[in-house]
Write a protein that binds this ligand. Structure first.
Ligand SMILES: NC(=O)c1ccc[n+]([C@@H]2O[C@H](COP(=O)([O-])OP(=O)(O)OC[C@H]3O[C@@H](n4cnc5c(N)ncnc54)[C@H](O)[C@@H]3O)[C@@H](O)[C@H]2O)c1
Length: 325
């Protein structure tokens, strides 16, 4: 599949953190893009609207404000070159308790509806976002697709794991469908519930940062444009596999991230210690050799450069909006 006019993408979750970056990349590559998003209230609608600032006026972009649990969006998938399904209820900690219904609906049921619609509409390819959460607390690292057992430790991870089974059902029916297990994605517009964003906000406002655990938990952090690049490459690949790990390749502890951001900000972070939260895992790390081999993908943004970009974005945003803490 080559770039150029005539390529039409549908992006669910277009107003979200990763989805909005994906829309920008596709438009820059010459695709026409239909974004679908219902602006769930997980975080502020204004934030999601501002995520779309760069694409809103693009003639090749249109937005369907629809809930995937309702109707009125399925026809947009008719003969789409690629459907990128990123809409979901994200967040590990909130998936426990009464809020699980939102995870079951926006992840499991919505994903089944997207796969069903893409299949009925003869979409040429579906690329969707799974998560490193499917691995849980793996015993051996780095995690490998098809080798490391998937034992999610959170209800969120369970919904993503179940979506992988759903995807296999539709793949068996002949739909070209590939899931990407994103490992902690960060960068400008990161969701406000994610640790790096909250550390940047706390450094700028002087508020304290609630640190869950001792800071020694580590993550394979992935810069958002690297995650998007793997996603787009997947749509172009002739014979993409069922699943790929998408990890930035620079595993770091939360303590290291805090120290780096303190240095970049020129300030100390006030820490508010808390016990480890349920669902949190000790470590994530991705073997990305399959994505390198099949997609020709290599993550290129080093952690420090990515953190500097996120901090600069938080600063710029705070200077243009009245931020209260
Ligand atoms: N950010 C990460 O580090 C990370 C890691 C692993 C996997 N993922 C997955 O990547 C995807 C994007 O994550 P994100 O961080 O950009 O999240 P996000 O919350 O910023 O974006 C998700 C978007 O989906 C929309 N949405 C949710 N339910 C919907 C529905 N029923 N109908 C229409 N729109 C709906 C929301 O309004 C939101 O704008 C999600 O599937 C998430 O689970 C993210």
């Amino acid at each position: 599949m080559t770039n150029g006019p005539g390529r039409r993408a549908v992006v669910t979750g277009a107003a979200g953190f990763i989805g909005s970056h994906l829309c920008e990349r596709l438009l820059a590559d010459g695709w026409r893009v239909t974004g679908i998003d219902c602006f769930t209230d997980y975080y502020a609608r204004e934030d999601k609207q501002s995520n779309l600032t760069a694409v809103a006026e693009e003639p090749a972009f249109d937005l369907l404000e629809r809930d995937l649990l309702g109707d009125g969006w399925q026809q947009s998938m008719q003969h789409a070159t690629a459907v990128f399904h990123l809409a979901a209820q994200a967040g590990v900690r909130d998936s426990f308790g009464e809020t699980f219904g939102q995870y079951a609906g926006n992840n499991l049921v919505a994903t089944q509806r997207v796969f069903e619609a893409a299949d009925a509409a003869n979409a040429a390819r579906v690329v969707w976002s799974s998560s490193s959460s499917v691995y849980g607390d793996a015993e051996a690292h780095p995690c490998r697709e098809g080798e490391t057992p998937t034992l999610p430790r959170s209800p969120y991870g369970v919904t993503k794991r179940a979506c992988e089974d759903l995807a296999r059902v539709y793949r068996t029916r002949g739909l070209a469908i590939t899931g990407l297990r994103y490992f902690t994605v960060y960068g400008p517009r990161q969701r406000p519930d994610m640790a790096m964003r909250r550390i940047c906000e706390a450094l700028e406002s002087g508020a304290s940062f609630p640190l869950f655990g001792d800071g020694s938990q580590s993550r394979d952090f992935t810069y958002v444009t690297d995650a998007v690049d793997a996603t787009v490459r997947c749509a172009h690949a002739e014979d993409a596999a069922e699943l790929y790990n998408v990890g930035g390749g620079e595993e770091a502890t939360l303590a290291h991230v805090i120290a780096t951001l303190e240095r970049l900000a020129g300030r100390r972070l006030a820490l508010d210690p808390h016990p480890t939260q349920r669902g949190d895992v000790r470590r994530t790390s991705a073997d990305v050799s399959a994505a390198r081999r099949d997609l020709g993908w290599t993550p290129v943004v080093p952690l420090e450069q990515g953190l500097a970009a996120e901090l600069a974005w938080v600063r710029a945003r705070r200077s243009t909006t009245a931020v209260s803490v």
